[in-house]
Design a protein around this ligand. Structure first.
Ligand SMILES: [Zn+2]
Length: 83
């Protein structure tokens, strides 16, 4: 039984998804139990509800990142003195 190993030695988690810089999803290599970081920064079981929350977080995070990269080359001083 794989679960006995987890009970005796603890779960062997690996990061399976980077949602944001501080929210990640983990899966136990032995029993495939899934965890995620919740809003308090602690680990909790990855329920369908948390999966949904993480999907939204990931979308927001990626969008923010893209806008920041696009906006960087614009120098406001050039706009002021262009005329
Ligand atoms: Zn496990």
């Amino acid at each position: 039984m794989k679960h006995i190993q987890c009970k005796m030695f603890g779960h062997d988690y690996e990061i399976t998804r980077h949602v944001t810089h501080y929210v990640k999803e983990y899966t136990c290599k032995t029993c495939r139990k899934e965890l995620t970081t919740n809003g308090n920064g602690t680990l909790t079981e990855l329920t369908p509800k948390f999966k949904e929350i993480n999907d939204v977080l990931e979308r927001i995070h990626k969008k923010k990142h893209r806008i920041r990269l696009k906006g960087r080359p614009v120098n406001p001083e050039l706009l002021v003195f262009s005329h």
